[in-house]
Design a protein around this ligand. Structure first.
Ligand code: CP
Length: 299
């Protein structure tokens, strides 16, 4: 049987999204140690708190083990290729999760590895975050999300597609001149859900069930571009004045880490609409589901 990878949501069938969400609900209720004796390799070229810890704890709670590799502590930092790393790790571990700088690196890892490869965030996709976010929206019965911020970040790419495939309507809210990447927008449109775009934040958050705040940087920008972006996005900060336009029972989500006072204010992040800590917790349950799904264990 061909091995399965999770590199992104764009190419994932809606049926597989549903399978992972269903499995996550089961894991949240009762995560039996179905991965006893299995080992997860964890390659992190970039820093992480949630992705790293949730995967490591997921493996421990499922009866398995995880090994963390960063650039400083592995030969990757001294120039060994992803292809050779993939060939080697395939002889030791049962699956690999990797946070990489470029999507091509995760593709290379998957191409040369004979074990499942999970994208722990690349410059194009953050599928584990997006699946956990859809799981959180489903848990609270939410049907329409406003994604506020840069529509080209890896989380925005994965989230808009994951929502659409799960039947959640998508409203993109960002300054004029910023557009989602065509290939991701096309996937959203293909799913047949309600998709809208707005350049007015008070209008954009009206009538949605979830206000999802994404960061304002897609990575790789120059200092000048970052400053320009900050000026353009400042009117799109999610604060209490913006919440005054939203539904009374809407929830606010953020993948974290948050830049308090930049894309979101502390009173909103810590306020009664905030679901960010449940959202962070759900990373653990969904990570377990992804591992069990890809390793084909204990379904
Ligand atoms: N949201 C997210 O992926 O968090 P980390 O960068 O801490 O893993």
């Amino acid at each position: 049987m061909a091995k399965k990878d999770l590199l992104g949501v764009k190419d994932m069938p809606a049926k597989e999204v549903e399978e992972i969400l269903k499995l996550a609900a089961k894991m949240k209720k009762d995560g039996k140690p179905v991965l006893a004796g299995k080992t997860l390799g964890m390659i992190f070229e970039r820093p992480s708190t949630r992705t790293r810890v949730s995967f490591e704890v997921a493996m421990t709670q499922l009866g398995g083990h995880a090994i963390y590799l960063d650039l400083g502590g592995s030969q990757l930092g001294r120039g060994e290729s992803m292809a050779d790393t993939a060939r080697t790790l395939s002889r030791y571990v049962d699956a690999v999760v990797a946070r990489v700088y470029t999507h091509e690196e995760i593709e290379e890892l998957a191409r040369y590895g004979s074990i499942p490869v999970i994208n722990g965030m690349s410059d194009r996709e953050h599928p584990c975050q997006a699946l956990a976010d859809v799981f959180t929206m489903r848990e609270s019965g939410k049907k329409e999300v406003a994604i506020v911020g840069d529509p080209q970040t890896s989380i925005a790419n994965s989230l808009m597609v994951a929502c659409a495939k799960a039947g959640i309507g998508v409203h993109l809210v960002c300054p004029p001149g910023y557009m989602p990447r065509a290939e991701y927008l096309k996937e959203v449109q293909k799913a047949g859900v309600n998709v809208r775009m707005s350049h007015d934040i008070s209008e954009g958050v009206k009538n949605v069930d979830v206000i999802y705040v994404v960061a304002w940087k897609a990575g790789g920008e120059s200092e000048e571009e970052r400053e320009e972006k900050l000026r353009a996005f400042m009117p799109f900060q999610v604060n209490s004045a913006v919440l005054a336009h939203a539904k009374k029972d809407c929830i606010v989500m953020h993948p974290l880490p948050a830049q308090r006072g930049v894309e979101i204010t502390s009173d909103v992040l810590d306020g009664k609409h905030s679901a960010v800590w449940e959202q962070a917790e759900n990373r653990l349950h969904v990570q377990k589901a992804i591992l069990v799904h890809l390793l084909g264990a204990g379904k």
